[in-house]
Design a protein around this ligand. Structure first.
Ligand SMILES: [Mg+2]
Ligand SMILES: [Zn+2]
Length: 178
């Protein structure tokens, strides 16, 4: 069946992209969720262009015993509802570095898990992240990379400074894509 949307999957990091990142800490409760300005409007627009929106998030606070997986899932659901409920799925790596798992970014495990589940075409997908560890696996897989950061990255195709800017870019870019 031919795809109705112009692009395949929008991958998003969570902390520092959807919600404000907590310096030297973790989002452990609803009261620590602060949504980044423009995210909801961007996701609403992206839903018109992408088949699906998925989050890929490292959450070692679970592996460190600071948060139960069930509570993390509730926080993810809350972030989704606060941003308009546009996200189709959250992939979570709960592991520590020393667990040496396949999913903790910059490893590509969560992207590959999503690909297996949805038969994703990476060449037609985008990743938005605020860390080099978001850019590395996405770039390696052929996903277009958007770096929400003033810092340069060898793995980023484009730096963005706001979600209004990214929304405008998506809308303009997609009008040039068949
Ligand atoms: Mg982040
Ligand atoms: Zn993992």
């Amino acid at each position: 069946m031919p795809s109705a949307k112009k692009f395949d999957t929008l991958f998003l990091d969570r902390d520092g992209v959807l919600n404000v990142k907590i310096d030297h800490g973790y989002v452990l409760g609803f009261d620590q969720i602060v949504i980044i300005p423009g995210v909801q409007e961007f996701l609403a627009s992206a839903k018109n262009y992408f088949e699906r929106l998925v989050v890929v998030t490292n959450q070692r606070c679970v592996g460190r015993g600071l948060l139960a997986m069930g509570d993390l899932l509730k926080i993810n659901a809350k972030i989704n509802s606060l941003t308009g409920s546009y996200i189709d799925k959250f992939y979570v790596c709960p592991h520590l570095d020393e667990d040496n798992c396949d999913c903790r970014k910059p490893k590509p495990g969560m992207f590959l898990q999503a690909q297996k589940e949805y038969n994703i075409n990476f060449e037609s997908s985008w990743m938005v992240g605020d860390s080099e560890t978001d850019m590395i696996p996405a770039k390696q897989l052929g996903i277009a990379t958007f770096f929400f950061s003033p810092k340069p990255s060898a793995y980023a195709d484009k730096n963005i400074s706001s979600f209004a800017e990214l929304k405008a870019y998506l809308e303009t870019f997609s009008s040039h894509v068949q």
